[in-house]
Design a protein around this ligand. Structure first.
Ligand SMILES: Cc1cc2nc3c(=O)[nH]c(=O)nc-3n(C[C@H](O)[C@H](O)[C@H](O)COP(=O)(O)O)c2cc1C
Length: 255
């Protein structure tokens, strides 16, 4: 399939058949990852491939109980990784400079780029995938579970497998929401209403009475549902805390 066909048709897949991937397919995905641009050509990230059912079940539990993590034949965990290159630097008389915020950010950017290469390669093989960001919110537990050394922090997961159902591509915001020309053009309240209008209307059409939260409050807009319902309670604060702790434990300097 042409790249632009893939970009048009791709949608996150959350329902997978049991069939495993072949070694050759996994090798193709990994080759796509390693061909991605990488800052300084350092490849300061790592990927843990998880296929063991028991481990996938534990990871699914840690990552907001998302069942497709267990069901997907392959769960890839992308890690910020300054460990391997720090060993190299130490052994050959280099200087330890990448354990601070920009080294961390550089690895994060590498991961975004490499993982999306995997997503597109998977599509071209007829596979489907879904990212799992909550890996970052379970980073301490995952570091322990998988025996990570210092300077390695898991930040992104990717479930890959044969789609059971292929969802329709989701609409995006109008382009003017994300594109600014020459300078940042800030938004008026009316522009924000226009930009998010289609999403809010679709949500209101699907939930004309609003939705009742577990604590009895009623939410009446998509933004309320997203922040008070879907990501409600103190779940985001818990993820934030766990992520910051994992970064500290791994020995990154952020002060
Ligand atoms: C960084 C990142 C993290 C994501 N984390 C999750 C996740 O934990 N669970 C999930 O079901 N989907 C996750 N997704 C998928 C998004 O929900 C999805 O990309 C978005 O709704 C747009 O839909 P589409 O991918 O079908 O176009 C994530 C996507 C990205 C890019």
């Amino acid at each position: 399939m042409d790249l632009f066909d893939i970009l048009e048709k791709r949608a996150s897949v959350r329902s997978f058949r049991d069939d495993p991937l072949t070694g050759e397919q996994v090798a193709t995905l990994l080759h796509a990852a390693e061909r991605a641009p990488t800052a300084g050509n350092l490849q300061d990230y790592s990927i843990v491939l998880v296929t063991c059912l028991d481990l996938k079940a534990k990871l699914a539990e840690l990552c907001w109980k998302q069942p497709f993590i267990k069901k997907a034949p392959l769960f890839m965990i992308f890690n910020i990784d300054q460990h391997r290159s720090s060993l190299w630097i130490e052994r050959s008389g280099g200087r330890k400079v990448f354990d601070g915020p920009t080294g961390f950010a550089r690895s994060f950017m590498d991961i975004g780029i490499a993982s999306e290469n995997v997503v597109l390669a998977a599509e071209s093989l007829g596979l489907g995938s879904v990212y799992i960001a909550i890996v970052a919110g379970a980073a301490r537990s995952i570091r322990q579970l998988l025996g990570y050394p210092p300077l390695v922090v898991p930040v992104l997961g990717l479930c890959v497998g044969w789609p059971d159902k292929r969802p329709q591509p989701k609409p995006r915001l109008p382009l003017r929401a994300i594109v600014h020309r020459d300078r940042y053009q800030d938004f008026s309240g009316e522009e924000i209403d226009r930009i998010y209008g289609a999403r809010e209307s679709a949500w209101k059409q699907a939930n004309p009475q609003g939705l009742t939260l577990p604590d009895g409050r009623i939410v009446k807009s998509l933004s309320q549902w997203t922040t008070l319902g879907h990501y409600g309670g103190d779940i985001v604060a818990q993820w934030d805390e766990e992520f910051v702790e994992a970064i500290r434990e791994a020995g990154f300097r952020f002060e």
